[in-house]
Design a protein around this ligand. Structure first.
Ligand SMILES: [Zn+2]
Length: 280
């Protein structure tokens, strides 16, 4: 890759206000080019500020869906995910030593989504690389490599994330896969969670490889405390999983009616505030 991202990275390192924001920013620096680059849509003249795409690719209801936990292979290196507000500002202990709270919740959430999806008859599976630090993103065991192979074979790959707490993160929304056209599944998830621009941060590494990213929400406030509270944890995870699965099922409806409803997909609802610096 060119030196420009490195330079930008250095600048961001100098100007980042807090560690959560820093990690968030570091994630954006890694978007290496891949062979299939030619299939990617061009970047818009102006960086998108809201949902600037419409998901029109339909799928059969037996579509294989692969769910990944964001940052599962990138701990202790750039792009390890947000520590969450409770840890970063509240002085709380991390949920598990050695991994960010985001990964801890990404893992539990992704597993819960797959359990719920399978219960409701979807063809879903969860993949965990198992190794928490894989420096080479092209290693076949990484989330991105595995998701990319899955997408290449015609499946749908979704990586679960929680966003950094405000003002560092943006909040909930789907960042759609861009490599094979925009999917009705991402349209459905955008209906439920909101939609990021497809060119968010100059197009992230996962979407470039055919993997969609779902930001559940800022890891702070009611969401974070609902997850951290042992008495409310399971209910919180269930609620999130049900929202994701409901959206996926809507997107998978084979009948022309189901698709028509979603194909109205609009370009609207900016997710990036006016003060938000994007395009790094
Ligand atoms: Zn993340």
């Amino acid at each position: 890759m060119s030196r420009i991202p490195l330079l930008l990275g250095a600048l961001l390192l100098l100007s980042a206000p807090a560690s959560a924001g820093l990690m968030d920013l570091l994630e954006s620096i890694e978007a290496p080019e891949i062979e299939s680059e030619g299939l990617l849509p061009p970047l818009p003249a102006e960086p998108g500020r809201g949902k600037n795409w419409v998901g029109t690719q339909t799928h059969n209801s037996d579509l294989p869906i692969l769910v990944l936990a964001g940052h599962a292979d990138s701990q202790k290196i750039a792009g390890s995910g947000t520590p969450g507000k409770a840890v970063d500002l509240g002085g709380a202990a991390p949920m598990q030593k050695g991994i960010t709270d985001e990964l801890f919740w990404n893992l539990l959430t992704a597993k819960q989504i797959v359990a719920e999806g399978q219960r409701q008859g979807l063809n879903m599976r969860f993949y965990d690389p198992g190794i928490r630090t894989i420096r080479n993103v092209e290693d076949p065991r990484t989330n991105w490599s595995t998701g990319s192979r899955h997408a290449q074979q015609g499946g749908y790959a979704l990586e679960i994330h929680y966003d950094a707490y405000a003002p560092h993160g943006i909040g909930p929304g789907i960042i759609p896969s861009v490599l094979y056209g925009f999917s009705v599944l991402d349209e459905a998830l955008a209906d439920e969670f909101g939609g990021y621009p497809y060119d968010y941060r100059g197009m992230l590494g996962a979407p470039r490889r055919g993997v969609s990213m779902l930001e559940i929400g800022h890891l702070e406030g009611a969401l974070e405390s609902g997850l951290r509270d042992p008495n409310r944890r399971q209910a919180t995870l269930n609620r999130i999983a049900k929202r994701v699965v409901r959206a996926l099922r809507l997107g998978l409806v084979d009948s022309p009616m189901g698709s028509t409803v979603l194909l109205k997909g609009a370009v609207n609802e900016p997710v990036l505030g006016s003060g938000e610096e994007i395009g790094q």
